[in-house]
Write a protein that binds this ligand. Structure first.
Ligand code: ADP
Length: 158
């Protein structure tokens, strides 16, 4: 079985993430979406909430499994028997960091990293910017699935 991992914080999942996950799902037998547990970073949604949203919005692809992980991504890959990581690249600003991570991960473990270019429709989109806009009452519909939009509005309304 050809398996690959799409890692991230997904706080929350955006249409930019979904575009990468969906396109990757057509190339592999199974895509494992791995949600990073980062206790040092404050998040808007809990890991379990993020997992639930991801499961709901990726169900239609049929070959997505959502998991969580902490520690090194390459250790998660080894445990799960996953030989490659797929990352979305939005702009040159992503590249410098991602190239170093990819080289480090390969050096540590032999796990490969493949880059997929973002859909230009979403190249400006990140979860952090999305939250910032939503927090100040900006319209983010069209940037996230409806279900996520609803949860975002509810959460930010407090
Ligand atoms: P964010 O930067 O949105 O907070 P994550 O840490 O959850 O994202 O990102 C997980 C992965 O998704 C990363 O590889 C990131 O480059 C990719 N990604 C995030 N947003 C987009 C987008 N709009 N288009 C393509 N890839 C994206």
């Amino acid at each position: 079985m050809r398996r690959v991992v799409c890692p991230g914080s997904f706080d929350p999942v955006t249409n930019g993430h979904l575009d990468i996950i969906g396109r990757t799902s057509r190339l592999y037998d199974e895509v494992v979406v791995a949600v990073l547990i980062n206790i040092e970073k404050q998040s808007l949604f809990t890991v379990e909430e993020r997992i639930e949203m991801l499961q709901a919005v990726t169900r239609e692809y049929g070959n997505i499994r959502v998991e969580k992980f902490h520690g090194l991504l390459v250790d998660f890959c080894k445990q799960q028997g996953i030989p490659a990581i797929v990352k979305g690249l939005r702009a040159v600003s992503d590249f410098d960091y991602e190239l170093q991570m990819a080289q480090l991960n390969y050096r540590m473990s032999g796990v490969e990293t493949l880059f997929m270019s973002t859909n230009p429709e979403y190249s400006f989109l990140s979860s952090s910017r999305l939250k910032e806009i939503a927090r100040y009452g900006g319209d983010v519909s069209g940037l996230v699935p409806d279900l996520v939009h609803k949860s975002l509005v509810e959460r930010l309304r407090g």
